[in-house]
Write a protein that binds this ligand. Sequence first.
Ligand SMILES: [Zn+2]
Ligand SMILES: [Zn+2]
Length: 247
Amino acid sequence: MEPQTVRPQLHMIPFPVGQAFLWQDGEAVTLVDTGPPGGADAVEAAIRHCGAEPAALRRIVLTHFHPDHAGSAAELAARHGAQVVAHRADAAVIRGEAPSPPPDMAAAPAWERAVFDQVHAPLGITAEAPEIPLAPPCRVDREVAEGDVLEFGGGATVLSVPGHTEGSIALLLPEHRTLFTGDAAARTEDGPAPGVFNQDRARTEATFLRLCALGAQQAVETVCFGHGAPLATGGGETLAQAAARYS
Ligand SMILES: [Zn+2]
Ligand SMILES: [Zn+2]
């Protein structure tokens, strides 16, 4: 699948499950999430498609440890020596030093439990005894927390958005009015919504509302979700409308 242009310096790489985003600052490439295991070649092809060389991959930011986001981080980090960035609360899981905390599917509505069963059927995992398979262990070079700033896109502020996982992060690029939500938010047919398969559903809903308020307040244009099509423009307004539905 070809990468999709969101903004001139921002492309989305779609995978059968999940997606990753490429941000270009001149020659330097930052990857936000990596897609599932086995996606390294697709990421490299996408970087070439955008006119850069895979060797230009400087930084891999992981929004959280789930394998549809961190799955190809180890392979890409090994190939290109890129700096791997993650929140300190998810870092041990990403390194393979701590077990993967399961989602609280008992707190999820029936439709979400059905989706969980469908997605995990090939692995024999059900919502009755939920597990999230670990991504291949990957080094984390920089552990971040709320308010840290990453040196891409004119300065990307780390937002701690716990709930989906304890160490979930979002990124706000004020200069480009762009927000990456990770799985704190997804874009559904009805619009932006909290992510699914959450460690703590109530906290996920609270952080979703915080992101919506922030997006509106900062007059964000572009929103890149953990799942679902990005919003290239008008993101703040769309998030404000979504918040009105959930609050
Ligand atoms: Zn996730
Ligand atoms: Zn996900």
